[in-house]
Ligand binder design. Structure first.
Ligand code: ADP
Ligand code: MG
Length: 409
C-alpha cells in the first residue's frame, strides 16, 4: 500500500465514517419529522381545553374580594372574563353601596320624602326579595336595620366606637327600624318610606345578589361551568373539568378520557375567633359537594367584631333588641359554648346570603325550627370554648342532612 493509497484509503475511511454519522442524523431527523407529521395527521384535533381547562380570575369590589373560575372549552379569554365580572359588580356597587354617597341607595336614604321613589330594576328586585325574607324570618333579617348598624359603628362611618351606645340611644334608634316601614310597587318599580328617617342597608344581601347577577351574565355568554365567589358567598354550576395525567396524556395524546369532570367542592371553615391567631389560618370543618347548581353562604361572629370596654360584639344586629346578636364580656372569662357560624345552601345566592344572616340572628334553637319549617338546608356550628382548644359541634336542619352531600374533615 503506497503512502497515497494509504492516505486515500484513510480519506475514504474518514468520509465513509462521516457519511455514516451524517446519515444517522439525517435518518433520525427524517423519522422524527415523519413521526411529527404522522401525529398531526393521525391525532384528533386537540380540544382547546386540553391546555387550559379552567380559567380563573379575581379582583376587588364592594369592599371585598371576588374570585371566578370557569371550565368552558369555548371561552378561554381571561381578560374578557374579568371584564364581564367586574362590570356586573361595579354596577351592583354603584347601585347598592351605602359607602358611596352617589349610589342609588344612598340617594334614597338621604331623601326625607315619603313619596314613591322610582328605582332601577336591580334595586327593586333586591328590596322586594329582602322584604319577602323579612316576612319569612319574622324580621330577623331586615334591611332597614341600617340606623342600628350605624349606631354600633359597623356602617360607612369609620370613626372608632369608644363607648357602647346607651339604652336610650338604642331605643330612639329602633324607632326608625322596621321592614314594614318600607313598601314596593311593582307596576311602577318604585319603593317608598313610610317614615322619613328610614335607611336601608343591603350589606347582608348585596354580595349574594351580586353573585347571582354574575352567574346570570356568565350564562348569557354560554358559560355554564362556573364557580363565582364574592366576599365568601359562593355559587357553582355545572362541573369542574380536570386534565388527568394518564399514560395517554404523557404520550401527548388527548382523548376525552383525559378530561375528568368533577363536582365543585367547597369547604365550610371552623369559626375560630380571629384573635386566637396572629394571622387567620383556615381550618376546615366540613366539605360540601355542590351538585346541581347551588349556592353556599356563611354568616359568623368570628371575623367582623368590635371590642369596647371589654365587650366584644359582632356586626349582626338583632332588629328585635337593637343590639348585636353576640355580646360577650371578655373580662368575665367564663368559657362559653355558643353559635359560631351559620351556613345556608340554596339554589340562589341572594337567598343563601340573607338567610345565613337571619339564622345567625335567630340562633340555633329558634333557627333550626324555622329552617325545618321552610325546608332550608342550614348548618349551625357551635363553638365550645369550655374545652381548650375549642371544640366544634353542629346542629343541622333536616334538609341539610337529607339533601346535601357533605362530609366532616
Ligand atoms: P355575614 O356574611 O357575616 O352575614 P354580611 O357582610 O353578609 O356578613 O352581612 C352583615 C352586614 O349586614 C352587617 O355589617 C350589617 O351592615 C348588616 N346587618 C346586620 N344585621 C342585619 C340584620 N339583622 N338584617 C339585615 N342586615 C343586617
Ligand atoms: Mg353574608
Amino acid at each position: 500500500m503506497t503512502k497515497e493509497t494509504k492516505y486515500q484509503s484513510k480519506q475514504e475511511k474518514t468520509s465513509s465514517k462521516s457519511f455514516s454519522i451524517f446519515s444517522i442524523f439525517r435518518i433520525i431527523i427524517i423519522i422524527g419529522l415523519l413521526i411529527y407529521l404522522g401525529m398531526v395527521y393521525w391525532l384528533p384535533k386537540k380540544p382547546k381545553m386540553e391546555n387550559n381547562l379552567m380559567i380563573a380570575t379575581n379582583g376587588t369590589c364592594m369592599g371585598t374580594t371576588w374570585n371566578v373560575s370557569i371550565c368552558e372549552s369555548s371561552f378561554q379569554d381571561e381578560a374578557k372574563l374579568f371584564e364581564i365580572v367586574q362590570t356586573v359588580l361595579d354596577n351592583v356597587d354603584a347601585t347598592m353601596s351605602t359607602y358611596k354617597s352617589d349610589s342609588e341607595v344612598s340617594r334614597f336614604n338621604r331623601s326625607l320624602s315619603t313619596d314613591w321613589f322610582p328605582v332601577s330594576p336591580l334595586l327593586f328586585e333586591v328590596v322586594q326579595k329582602s322584604l319577602e325574607i323579612s316576612q319569612k324570618t319574622n324580621g330577623a333579617f331586615d334591611i332597614t336595620v341600617g340606623p342600628l348598624v350605624n349606631l354600633w359603628k359597623f356602617g360607612p362611618d369609620k370613626t372608632q366606637i369608644s363607648q357602647l351606645p346607651t339604652e336610650e340611644e338604642i331605643e330612639s334608634t329602633r324607632k326608625f327600624v322596621g321592614y314594614r316601614n318600607l313598601q314596593t310597587d311593582s307596576t311602577t318599580s318604585a319603593i317608598k318610606k313610610t317614615i322619613p328617617e328610614l335607611y336601608i342597608d343591603l350589606s347582608a344581601i348585596a354580595k349574594g345578589y351580586a353573585v347571582d347577577l354574575v352567574a346570570r351574565e356568565l350564562e348569557k355568554n354560554n358559560i355554564n361551568n362556573y364557580l363565582v365567589e364574592v366576599g365568601g358567598e359562593t355559587r357553582c354550576n355545572g362541573e369542574k373539568m380536570l386534565k388527568i395525567e394518564s399514560n395517554e396524556t404523557e404520550k401527548n395524546q388527548t382523548t376525552d378520557d383525559s378530561i375528568e369532570k368533577r363536582p365543585w367542592v367547597l369547604g365550610i371553615e371552623k369559626p375560630y375567633i380571629k384573635k386566637d391567631f396572629d394571622e387567620t389560618p383556615i381550618f376546615l370543618y366540613r366539605k360540601v359537594i355542590m351538585k346541581d347548581g347551588l349556592s353556599l353562604a356563611t354568616s359568623g361572629d368570628y371575623r367582623n367584631y368590635r371590642l369596647v370596654d371589654s365587650t366584644r360584639f359582632s356586626h349582626l344586629i338583632d332588629p328585635r333588641t337593637g343590639k348585636p346578636t353576640i355580646m360577650i364580656n371578655e373580662n368575665a372569662n367564663v368559657p362559653m359554648k355558643r353559635l359560631g357560624s351559620v351556613s345556608v345552601i340554596l339554589p340562589n345566592c341572594l337567598e343563601a346570603d340573607a338567610y345565613a344572616t337571619a339564622f345567625f340572628v335567630l340562633g340555633e334553637n329558634e333557627g333550626i325550627e324555622l329552617a325545618n319549617r321552610l325546608y332550608i338546608p342550614v348548618l349551625f356550628i357551635i363553638r365550645n370554648e369550655q374545652t381548650d382548644p375549642p371544640q366544634f359541634e353542629e346542629v343541622a336542619s333536616d334538609s341539610f342532612l337529607n339533601k346535601i352531600e357533605s362530609t366532616k374533615f
